[in-house]
Design a protein around this ligand. Structure first.
Ligand code: PEP
Ligand code: MG
Length: 556
C-alpha cells in the first residue's frame, strides 16, 4: 500500500481506480518509413478513431452542458474532414517518406501560422483548435493514453491542477474524487469538488505518478489522504468510515423543510452557490432557500464564443422557473484572472488578478455587459431575480452600472419587451476598498454579498491560487473578519440585507460568529446546507454573542 497525503478540500470517502491525467507535451519522433501507403493507412485509421472519440465527447457534452457548448467537438470533427489539412499530411508522408506523427506536426505548425496571420479574430482563434485536433491525432498515432479525462467507469482523478475551462469537459457522473499535486483551497477546482460534493485533496506531492494509473485506491477526503493498493485493514477502516458518513448524511435529511432559525429565534437564510443549471438539482435536493450566487461566467467559459442574448435568456429563465419564486442572485460576468476564455482576446497581464476582470471588463466593453443585462431583465418576469456586480472598488462603478441598466430598461420598453421592476441590485464585497466604503455603496443598492475568497486574497496580498502562500491566505485573519463586521453594520445602518457567498460561509466553525454579527444570508455549496442548518438550530445567539465577537474580532 502506498499512502499519499495532501490537504483536504472536501470530505468523504471513495473507492475506485486511479486515473492519472498529466498534460505532458508530446515530443514527436521523426522516423523514415518504408511504405508511404502503409503510413497513410495508419494516418487514416487514426483520423477515423479521432472522429469517433470526438463524436463520443459531443454526445456526453450535449447532455451535460447543452448543444451550444458541445459544438466545439463537432467543429473539431469537421477539421478532421478538411481536405486541405488531410492532403497536406498525406503529401508530407509521400514526398518526405516520414512518419504520420511528424507529418501531422508539420501540417499543424503551417496551419497554425496561417490562421494566426488572418485579420479576422474568429479565424485567428481557430489556431488553437487546429493544435487541439492535431494533438489528438498524434496521441492516437503514438499510442499515448493521455487524451483527456475520458472513462466509461467511475474514477479517482489525479492531476496537477485543473483550469475551470477543463472541468466543463468532464462527464461528472464518472468522477469519484479529485486529487491534485498543486492547487489551492479556494481554486475553482476545489470549489467544483465541493459543489459536486465529492472527496477532494490538494497539494498531494508525488501523486502525479504514471505507475499509479489504473490502480485501485481509496480517498479519505477529510484526512486528505489517498491510499493506493490499500491493505485489508485500511479497506475495513475506510468502509466503516464511509458508512458512518452516509448515516450522517441520511440523518440530516430530516432537516429538509425546516426553517434555518436559532434556538432564540434569529433567522438566517441558507442559499446555494451554483455554476450552471445542472447544479439546481442539488440545490433543490438540499433544500436551499434560494440561490445566493450563480457564477454566470461559467456560461461563457463553457462556450467557444460569446453566448448570445437568447442563449443566456434561456439559462436564466430556466433557473428562475426551477426555483419557483425563491430568490435567485445572478452575478454578472466575472471573467479574468484564472477564469479566461480565449475568445475574449484579453491582453496578457503581469498581474491578472489585479487587472481587467469582472466589472472592469464589463464597463470597458459595455456591449458584452448590455447583452447579459438584457438577457437578465428579459428573464426577470419568470421569478424573483437579484443581480449582483463583482469586483467593485468604487462608487462610480455602481453609478455607471446603474446608468447602463437604465439604458437597457429603456431599450426593452421601447421594443415592447416585458421585464420586472422588482429586480434587486446588489454588489459583491470582495475588495477591501468596497468593504471600507460599504456605507457609501449601500446608498445605491438593495443588498451586499461578501466574497470572502477574493476579500481574503486582496486584504492579505496573498494569491488565492498559489499554494506557496496558502498559510498567508488565511480567511480567519482578524483583518478579514473585521471587514466583514464593518460591512454587516454598514448594510444594516442603511437598511439593506447582507450575505456571505465566499467559501467561508460554509465554515461551520464560523457560523456562530456570522449569527452574532447579524449576517442575513449564507450562500454555500449545496451539500453543506443541511449541516449548516443543524448548527444554526442548535445555536442560542444571545448566549454566545459577546464571547464570540470578542474571540474573533478583538484578538489576533
Ligand atoms: C469570492 O471571491 O468569494 C467569490 C464568491 O467569488 P469567486 O470565488 O467566484 O471569485
Ligand atoms: Mg470573487
Amino acid at each position: 500500500m502506498i499512502t499519499v497525503s495532501g490537504r483536504s478540500v472536501c470530505a468523504g470517502v471513495s473507492f475506485g481506480p486511479v486515473f492519472v491525467f498529466s498534460r505532458e507535451e508530446s515530443t514527436i519522433k521523426r522516423r523514415h518509413i518504408e511504405s508511404s501507403d502503409d503510413e497513410i493507412a495508419r494516418f487514416e485509421s487514426a483520423r477515423k478513431q479521432a472522429i469517433s472519440e470526438l463524436g463520443m465527447l459531443y454526445d456526453k457534452a450535449i447532455s451535460e452542458v447543452g448543444e451550444a457548448n458541445a459544438m466545439i467537438f463537432q467543429i473539431h470533427q469537421m477539421m478532421l474532414e478538411d481536405l486541405d489539412y488531410i492532403e497536406s499530411i498525406k503529401n508530407i508522408i509521400t514526398d518526405q517518406f516520414i512518419n504520420a506523427e511528424t507529418a501531422v506536426g508539420q501540417t499543424c505548425d503551417n496551419f497554425v501560422q496561417m490562421f494566426r496571420a488572418m485579420d479576422d479574430a474568429y479565424m485567428r482563434e481557430r489556431s488553437a483548435d487546429v493544435k487541439d485536433v492535431s494533438e489528438r491525432l498524434i496521441k492516437i498515432l503514438s499510442g499515448r493514453d493521455d487524451g483527456g479525462i475520458i472513462s466509461d467507469k467511475p474514477i479517482i482523478v489525479v492531476t496537477d491542477d485543473l483550469a475551470p475551462s477543463e472541468t466543463v469537459q468532464f462527464d461528472k457522473s464518472k468522477i469519484l474524487a479529485f486529487v491534485t499535486e498543486d492547487g489551492a483551497t479556494n481554486s475553482h477546482t476545489s470549489i467544483l469538488a465541493r459543489t459536486m460534493n465529492i472527496p477532494a485533496v490538494i497539494g498531494a506531492k508525488g501523486v502525479l505518478n504514471k505507475d499509479f494509473h489504473g490502480k485501485q485506491a481509496i480517498i479519505d477526503g477529510s484526512e486528505g489522504t489517498l491510499y493506493i493498493d490499500p491493505d485489508d485493514t485500511t479497506i475495513a477502516k475506510m468502509t466503516e468510515k464511509k458508512k458512518e458518513l452516509e448515516c450522517q448524511t441520511k440523518a440530516l435529511q430530516r432537516l429538509k423543510g425546516c426553517k434555518s432559525v436559532t434556538k432564540d429565534g434569529q433567522k438566517i437564510e441558507l442559499y446555494a452557490n451554483i455554476a450552471n443549471v445542472l447544479d439546481i438539482a442539488s440545490v433543490l435536493n438540499n433544500d436551499a432557500e434560494g440561490i445566493g450566487l450563480f457564477r454566470s461566467e461559467f456560461l461563457y467559459l463553457e462556450n467557444i464564443d460569446y453566448p448570445s442574448e437568447d442563449v443566456q435568456f434561456g439559462v436564466y429563465k430556466e433557473t428562475l422557473l426551477k426555483m419557483e419564486g425563491k430568490r435567485v442572485v445572478i452575478r454578472t460576468l466575472d471573467i479574468g484572472a484564472d477564469k479566461n476564455a480565449a475568445y475574449f482576446h484579453m491582453p496578457k497581464e503581469e498581474n491578472p488578478a489585479l487587472g481587467v476582470r469582472a466589472i472592469r471588463l464589463c464597463l470597458q466593453r459595455p456591449e458584452i455587459f448590455k447583452t447579459q443585462l438584457r438577457a437578465l431583465y428579459r428573464a426577470s418576469v419568470f421569478g424573483k431575480l437579484s443581480i449582483m456586480f463583482p469586483m467593485i472598488t468604487s462608487e462610480w462603478e455602481i453609478l455607471k452600472t446603474l446608468e447602463i441598466i437604465d439604458e437597457v430598461k429603456e431599450e426593452l420598453s421601447s421594443e415592447g419587451i416585458a421585464f420586472s421592476n422588482d429586480v434587486e441590485l446588489g454588489c459583491m464585497i470582495e475588495t477591501p476598498a468596497a468593504a471600507v466604503i460599504s456605507d457609501i455603496l449601500a446608498k445605491h443598492l438593495d443588498f451586499f454579498s461578501i466574497g470572502t475568497n477574493d476579500l481574503t486574497q486582496y486584504t492579505l496580498a496573498a494569491d488565492r491560487q498559489n499554494s506557496e502562500v496558502g498559510e498567508f491566505c488565511n480567511m480567519y485573519h482578524i483583518s478579514v473578519l473585521r471587514l466583514i463586521d464593518t460591512v454587516v453594520k454598514n448594510a444594516h445602518k442603511n437598511g439593506i440585507w447582507v450575505g456571505i457567498c465566499g467559501e467561508l460561509a460554509a465554515d461551520e466553525n464560523l457560523i456562530e460568529l456570522f449569527l452574532a454579527m447579524g449576517v442575513d444570508e449564507l450562500s454555500l455549496t449545496p451539500s453543506a446546507i443541511l449541516s449548516a442548518r443543524k448548527k444554526i438550530l442548535e445555536t442560542n445567539v444571545s448566549e454566545i454573542r459577546g464571547v464570540v465577537l470578542n474571540k474573533y474580532l478583538e484578538r489576533q
